[in-house]
Design a protein around this ligand. Structure first.
Ligand code: ADP
Ligand code: MG
Length: 380
């Protein structure tokens, strides 16, 4: 199928072609017409399957059918995301596809960790606002933004947004939003039974569920493998793998900021270009490390789960779990940073003997099998 069937504005189609996309992905084929038709949608599809564009295109298309209203501080579209880096990325996708449209559609990302004043100033006239919940509420409290005229609400990484961690902020945001609105929820790990969803999606939503988590191994673009390794041999094993497999770009996940720093430091000391990224770094440092890594100018990025969700790195070949995540969901998102779009990827997981049970639970939830190598049999 080609993009013509999606009935999008010719300039949006032109912008899609400029990206080199040949066919819509399954979630795009199903979600675009429904969203254009103003339905509530619950979109569940694997990591890297193009969920962002599946809401960006019809949202832009719909804006073009509306007469522009006088500029103010009341965006018509609100996209909520869990991290600052994802807010930046999603706003960039909107901007990419809004190029050359017959109406100027203003897109802006707001998030914490940076000065609020420029955001307050620049919010005037914004049509599409991408935000993290905390900063959105701060801006609302300073009367820099009004969300009572939002026509479309998007929760990207919806399960995370409806999770305990965002509960009180989200409750406040829902109170400020108009009752009548379009709701769009997307995630790779969303359960349609999730309690919060019935509260959020008021008008009988259409559920789109692409594929099962039990994608057979041959069809799954992410190759999983693992090593049994003791804690004290993890560092040497990591360096061995990076050198031996000549990894040029690898994303390493740890479970704490402290370990992330330690691992990055040790790699650098051994001549492997590495930086860490986590919640204790300044926003400037976070974004510049991520940008360098995305651009292929940084060999290793060591991260906590901070960037496990949504972050899109073109053709990232390797993900390494230096430590296991607590939840199977986090595992899915971490390994989902590779094998995106049409690319294939390798995800390598380090497991200590003490973690065998927890590791089995993760595999069972994912309905995947993993070839394990005992690192005791390796010399490095
Ligand atoms: P998801 O949100 O489902 O994890 P993204 O929306 O971040 O995935 O998209 C993953 C990657 O796929 C991005 O790099 C994006 O540019 C690319 N992409 C999106 N749609 C298409 C398409 N129709 N054809 C080819 N690549 C696409
Ligand atoms: Mg996404």
């Amino acid at each position: 199928m080609t993009f013509e069937y999606l009935n999008l504005h010719p300039q949006i189609l032109k912008n899609i072609a400029a990206q080199g996309y040949v066919t819509p992905t399954p979630i795009q084929m199903q979600a675009v017409p429904l969203i254009d038709g103003r339905r509530d949608v619950l979109g569940i599809a694997r990591t890297g399957s193009g969920k962002t564009a599946s809401y960006v295109w019809p949202i832009l298309d719909y804006r073009l059918t509306k007469r522009p209203t006088p500029p103010g501080r009341h965006p018509k579209v609100l996209v909520l995301v869990p991290t600052r880096e994802l807010a930046v990325q999603v706003s960039e996708v909107f901007k990419t596809f809004a190029v050359g449209l017959p109406q100027d559609i203003m897109v802006m990302a707001v998030y914490g960790g940076v000065s609020i004043n420029p955001q307050m100033k620049n919010l005037y006239g914004v049509d599409i606002l991408v935000a993290t919940p905390g900063r959105l509420l701060d801006l609302k409290r300073s009367s820099a933004v009004e969300i009572s005229m939002v026509e479309t609400l998007v929760l990207d990484e919806a399960d995370k947004m409806l999770n305990l961690g965002f509960q009180s902020e989200m409750a406040e945001i829902f109170r400020l939003l108009p009752k009548r609105r379009q709701n769009l929820l997307f995630s790779a790990t969303l359960n349609e039974e999730l309690e919060g969803i019935k509260k959020v999606l008021l008008v009988n939503p259409t559920v789109i569920k692409i594929g099962e988590s039990s994608t057979p191994k041959e069809d799954n673009p992410i190759n999983l493998s693992g090593y049994f390794v003791s804690d004290d041999r993890k560092g040497p094993l990591l360096r061995h793998l990076i050198r031996d497999q000549e990894m040029k770009q690898v994303l390493v996940f740890t479970s704490s900021a402290k370990t992330a720093d330690k691992v990055a430091h040790k790699l650098s000391k051994n001549g492997i270009d590495a930086k860490s990224i986590h919640g204790k770094k300044s926003q400037g440092a976070r974004q510049s490390s991520l940008n360098a890594f995305k651009a292929g100018n940084l060999r290793v990025l060591v991260s906590t789960d901070l960037i496990s969700r949504g972050i899109d790195i073109d053709d990232l070949p390797y993900v390494i779990n230096y430590e296991l995540p607590r939840s199977p969901k986090d595992f899915v998102h971490r390994v989902g940073r590779t094998g995106r779009a049409d690319a294939r990827g390798m995800a390598i997981t380090f497991v200590t003997r003490q973690e065998t049970h927890h590791f089995k639970v993760i595999l069972k939830k994912m309905q995947r099998y993993m070839d394990m190598i005992d690192s005791d049999d390796l010399e490095f």
